[in-house]
Write a protein that binds this ligand. Sequence first.
Ligand SMILES: Nc1nc2c(c(=O)[nH]1)N[C@H]1C(S)=C(S)[C@@H](COP(=O)(O)O)O[C@H]1N2
Ligand SMILES: [Mo]
Length: 327
Amino acid sequence: MLIRTKKRWQINEREATPEGAYLNRRQIMAGGAALAGAGLTAGPGQAQQMALETGPDGGLILNAARNEKYVLDRPMTPEAINTTYNNFYEYGSHKQISAAAERELIPRPWEVTIDGLVDNPITMDVDELINKMGVEERLYRLRCVEAWSMTVPWIGFAMSKLVDLAQPQNDARFIRMETFSDGSMASGVGSQPWYPWPYVEGVTVEEARNELAFMVVGAYGKIVPNQMGAPIRLHMPWKFGFKAIKSIVRFSFVSERPIGFWEEIQAKEYGFWANVNPKFDHPRWTQATERVLHTDERVPTLLYNGYGEEVAGLYADKEKLGRVLYM
Ligand SMILES: Nc1nc2c(c(=O)[nH]1)N[C@H]1C(S)=C(S)[C@@H](COP(=O)(O)O)O[C@H]1N2
Ligand SMILES: [Mo]
């Protein structure tokens, strides 16, 4: 019997969300079994509260306190908009992929592999990883390269914790991340064979260690829904959204700069750095302004999406050299 005292910050998922974000029966069984098997089901009397718990109805509950350090300069995008307007090409090249992702993606059980130039290569169940890392809530902006933006209450852990766990060797300069590419869980993979699956993205180890780099496992108080990249995705709020790779299965520490999915398709339009920069236009449209998704207002775009205080130091050498921060 699981006795829960409700913490101030625990969002009542019944209030916040309709059934959409709940796990389906099969996922509940698989997820619950994995947690129990790993001895991770939190119970009364345990000193430290686990990040993940199995709730009374069998669904997974994320226990996350908000990190008050990260404040927004604009209202939060309503959950109903965020969960129905998505980029996830594994389900199609349009924004209305949420139903397909909900139906097809099976986010649990899910294994995550850390390999390459590290002293501690690991393959681990994602829920075990989440409990090991712990979680917090952060309010962040997201700016898509297509010039729309939104704000999201993400739940997750600092990517630096994952780097610390991996223990990179001296010659590891980049992290190459890969999305699952099992066509049986994503109809768009098979129906769009011309794309260079799997979706790949890369960042420098130094960027991954920046305090803002965030591994997302939840949003709006719950485990992250399929369409937003379940069970684990990246978010670096100072970079364009295409860097925020979804449904990750592998983190490889490498010495050579990885080529991302979009860079491979069109290197002239989608650079490696992809730092939000109002002065550097996309070849086909302006990046000086953006459309706020839920208000439809056009507002000026900010350098580093407004996060310069935290990240400008990463690019000081490039700024000095006058090089653009995008390509
Ligand atoms: N695997 C994968 N990750 C992806 C994408 C994708 O098509 N496939 N699209 C990216 C783009 S372009 C954006 S803007 C964000 C969108 O995240 P959201 O749907 O949660 O808003 O996911 C990024 N991550
Ligand atoms: Mo995007």
